[in-house]
Design a binder for this molecule. Structure first.
Ligand SMILES: [Fe+2]
Ligand SMILES: [Fe+2]
Length: 319
């Protein structure tokens, strides 16, 4: 895998240059850019090794991830100013952990491939990514515009992700027809194309059920993927990215505060669900501890990450 990763770096830098040109920014790739990418790839090593360990009984899935990762990297380099490269192996890692316990092997394969590709469209977005946090903090006059743009850019990265994902996965399917079926492809693309729908109500001022998952088995794999994607925000690596983005110092207090803020978002979205669904329906969903986690594995991973960031002797003010 290592050699392929090096080979695909230059392709990624070319794509990043194209992006900058398109956005009217100085396109030159600087030493600082190269260092940032190298650092993000280094930070990807740990979750990748966890993925390899978790999926040891599924060598053909590991093989597919290893084959496709170098093809995904250029797109992630193109989008790395919006979302860091190592976000992806973290989501794959969590999807593998959750999937092993919560879904069938067929769904596990689909889930990890969706995780690998879910944000592949970010680098092609013309619209800037706007976080839920910045919308919530904005002045009322600015809020409306941010909200509109935030939703549009979320939708754009999912739509573009489906286009790129379809191309890469169809090529892979042609080479490995036994491994991927048409249905696999459609399920994976469906996850890529809708994975951030659940975040949209956090940006809107009302809750529309059309963005929310259903409580039945049909949406269970999407739910597991959502949990895997959300867990990233609770990892030390994800928190560090947030602190850097907001130019906050990386101190233990700031890390704790950021963790609590992000966990708060995972609670807030469920409060929104409760506006759209009856208590009986909420019961059916079975959100654990009022957080977005419904799977036992996703919830226990969230708890473990909390333990890491907020040791038990400090006050619990999550509720
Ligand atoms: Fe996304
Ligand atoms: Fe993501």
């Amino acid at each position: 895998m290592e050699k392929n990763v090096t080979d695909c770096l230059e392709r990624g830098f070319e794509m990043l240059q194209d992006r900058r040109q398109l956005l009217g920014k100085p396109p030159t790739i600087t030493e600082q850019d190269r260092q940032r990418i190298a650092m993000q790839l280094e930070l990807a090593a740990e979750p990748w090794s966890a993925v390899h360990q978790s999926l040891i009984e599924y060598p053909e899935v590991i093989q597919a991830l290893d084959d496709l990762w170098p093809q995904v990297i250029p797109y992630l380099i193109k989008g790395n100013e919006v979302s860091p490269i190592h976000h992806i192996p973290y989501v794959v890692q969590f999807m593998a952990r959750i999937g092993l316990a919560e879904v069938t092997p067929l769904e596990l394969k689909r889930g990890v491939l969706a995780a690998l590709m879910h944000d592949i469209g970010i680098g092609d977005c013309a619209l800037p990514k706007i976080s839920e946090a910045s919308i919530q903090r904005a002045e009322p006059a600015e809020k409306e515009r941010l909200r509109r743009d935030g939703i549009a850019s979320r939708r754009e990265h999912m739509k573009l992700g489906v286009e790129i994902g379809r191309k890469l996965l169809s090529d892979y399917r042609r080479q490995h027809p036994q491994f991927l079926s048409d249905e696999d492809l459609e399920v994976i693309l469906e996850i890529i194309g809708s994975h951030d729908f659940s975040k949209i109500p956090l940006m809107e001022d009302h809750v529309d059920r059309k963005w929310l998952l259903r409580s039945d088995r049909q949406d269970w794999l999407k739910q597991c993927h959502w949990e895997a994607d959300a867990l990233w925000m609770l990892t030390p690596a994800g928190i560090q990215v947030d602190l850097e983005r907001e130019r906050e110092e990386n101190t233990p207090e700031n890390r704790r505060a950021k963790f609590m803020f992000n966990l708060g978002l995972h609670r807030q979205i469920i409060n929104l669900y409760a506006e759209a669904y009856s208590p009986a329906e909420m019961q059916e969903f079975g959100f654990r501890d009022g957080l977005l986690y419904r799977s036992a594995t996703g919830y226990s991973l969230a708890k473990r990450l909390k333990q890491q960031s907020i040791p038990e002797n400090t006050q619990d003010n999550t509720k």
